[in-house]
Design a protein around this ligand. Structure first.
Ligand code: ADP
Length: 482
């Protein structure tokens, strides 16, 4: 891996302001999913190290919460600037460990940095309020206080952005963070910690621990010092962490799985809808929680849409993320490939037709994009998040029918619809049971808008004005006898 600043490639953890090697512990290899090559190794740490990170976080947070919003904002602004200045190196590390095309990785670094910039600004706007009192000679004052020490656990699909959209608001609010990044992508997390240190974040306020998920997660959720868990990942692990956090009644922010419907009505601009699908379905090789999983296409435009989609998907280039022009990198690992293949096999066995795509995955973790038609609700792809470049086209005939089918899932993260009708656009956006809706738009994520789900897709919102609220407690003071 060629970096301009090789000191960004860290193979030790950052705990209590110190870079900690494996010592007597094991190390875990970090593998490039495209080549299978081991690019680095990181310590396999556990409970003990997590407890020392929590202790350091508690101490550091006591001082940090007393700083002015402006002081916190300046440090965050430095961190943002360092991400931008080191974007090439960060994107190189990200592509090497995660696989996404380099251009997409650079896009993620900007997106990740934007959360820090946004919350550097929001730090100054954590306003309270004064309530007109119900009693003479008294004042009712409401203020905002940081929740305290936060345990953060993040996934591999956005190794940088999933971290900054938790850490940005946490540090802005006056909290400390102990982070466990995904085992597949620890290097981006550690590089971010190095830059946080350079930005002037006080020692102990931010720790990054790699290693045993069960031990680290257990230590975070059972600690009384940790007041909040912020998790992005699978619904199953989200539920587990919620259960584990129940005994100490922690605040929870959960960004869990999705099963996004993408509805193309008969009055849609089909070319625009194809472009929407390209980004909502194929970005990050289909490995995002807001990826379109179920493409519902109106019967009247079904064949025409399918034809246009095939032409556009044929332009995708499946290749190593560092290869020029690559648009689809490898999937994260063999298990991901097997899952997508099983969705394809299941659909074909139940009567779906493959109108685009090679039969076998090329190379180890590569999975060429596929388009299936005549997909029906009894197939696995209708129920489970595929997390891969498989476009499954369902057929529908009426608005009521498609709304009911789109909502027939426990997930409720993102949903998309293409229509030229204003009336239909309003109706659908109000009736879809999801935290986010894209109308005539396939890319809805931005630091300025609240990201999050309903139903089993999670709790809380990340980004936007709402994003910092999740890291603040409301305190009410009644001042009597005045
Ligand atoms: P995925 O299947 O996409 O990897 P996971 O929910 O398993 O999704 O992983 C998301 C994050 O949760 C990762 O950082 C992973 O290491 C972590 N994780 C997995 N199992 C546990 C656990 N039992 N306790 C705490 N964290 C966990």
């Amino acid at each position: 891996m060629k970096l301009i600043d090789s000191s960004l490639l860290k193979q030790s953890c950052y705990i209590a302001g110190q870079w900690v090697n494996a010592g007597n512990s094991e190390t875990v290899p970090v593998v490039n999913p495209s080549t299978g090559e081991v690019i680095a190794s990181v310590p396999e740490l556990g409970r003990e190290e997590t407890l020392s990170a929590i202790e350091a976080a508690e101490q550091a947070q006591k001082a940090w919460k007393k700083t002015t919003a402006k002081e916190r904002s300046v440090v965050l602004r430095n961190w943002y600037q360092l991400l931008i200045e080191n974007a090439d190196d960060l994107a190189t590390i990200l592509t090497a460990e995660q696989g996404k095309p380099f251009a997409e990785a650079k896009g993620e670094i900007t997106y990740a940095a934007n959360f820090i910039e946004w919350f550097a600004e929001e730090a100054k706007r954590a306003y309270g309020e004064v309530i007109p009192s119900h009693k003479p000679n008294s004042r009712l004052v409401v203020s905002k206080e940081p929740v305290g020490v936060v345990g953060a656990i993040t996934p591999w699909n956005f190794p940088a952005a999933m971290i900054t959209r938790k850490c940005g608001p946490a540090f802005a609010a006056g909290c400390a963070v102990v982070l466990k990044p995904a085992p597949e992508t620890p290097l981006t997390a550690l590089a971010l910690a190095e830059l946080a240190e350079r930005a002037g974040l006080p020692a102990g306020l931010f720790s990054v621990i790699t290693g045993n998920a069960v031990e680290i997660g257990g230590a975070l959720t059972s600690s009384k010092t940790v007041k909040k868990i912020s998790f992005t990942g699978s619904t199953a692990i989200g539920k587990l962490l919620m259960e584990q956090s129940a005994s100490s009644v922690k605040k929870m922010s959960l960004e869990l799985g999705g099963n996004a419907p993408f509805i193309i009505f008969d009055d849609a601009d089909l070319d625009a809808a194809v472009e929407g699908v390209m980004i909502a379905k194929f970005r990050n090789a289909g490995q995002t929680c807001v990826c379109a999983n179920r493409l519902y296409v109106h019967d009247a435009v079904y064949d025409q849409f399918a034809e246009k989609l095939v032409a556009r998907v044929a332009e995708l280039k499946v290749a190593d993320g560092f290869e020029a022009g690559a648009t689809i990198g490898p999937l994260i690992n063999q298990a991901a490939v097997t899952k997508v293949q099983s969705h394809v096999d299941d659909a074909l066995a139940k009567g779906a037709k493959r109108i685009f795509g090679a039969e076998q995955p090329q190379g180890t973790n590569f999975f060429p994009p596929q388009i299936l038609t005549e997909v029906t609700d009894d197939m696995r792809v209708a129920r489970e998040e595929t997390f891969g470049p498989l476009a499954a086209l369902f057929r529908f005939k009426s608005d009521d029918e498609v709304i009911a089918r789109a909502n027939d899932t426990d997930s409720g993260l993102a949903a998309y619809a293409y229509t030229q009708s204003l009336q239909r656009a309003w109706r659908i956006s109000e009736e879809l049971e999801s935290g986010m809706v894209g109308i005539n738009e396939g890319l809805i994520s931005t630091e300025v808008a609240p990201f999050g789900g309903v139903k089993e897709s999670g709790l809380g919102r990340e980004g936007a004005r709402q994003g910092i609220e999740d890291y603040l407690e409301t305190k009410y003071v009644m001042m009597g006898g005045l």
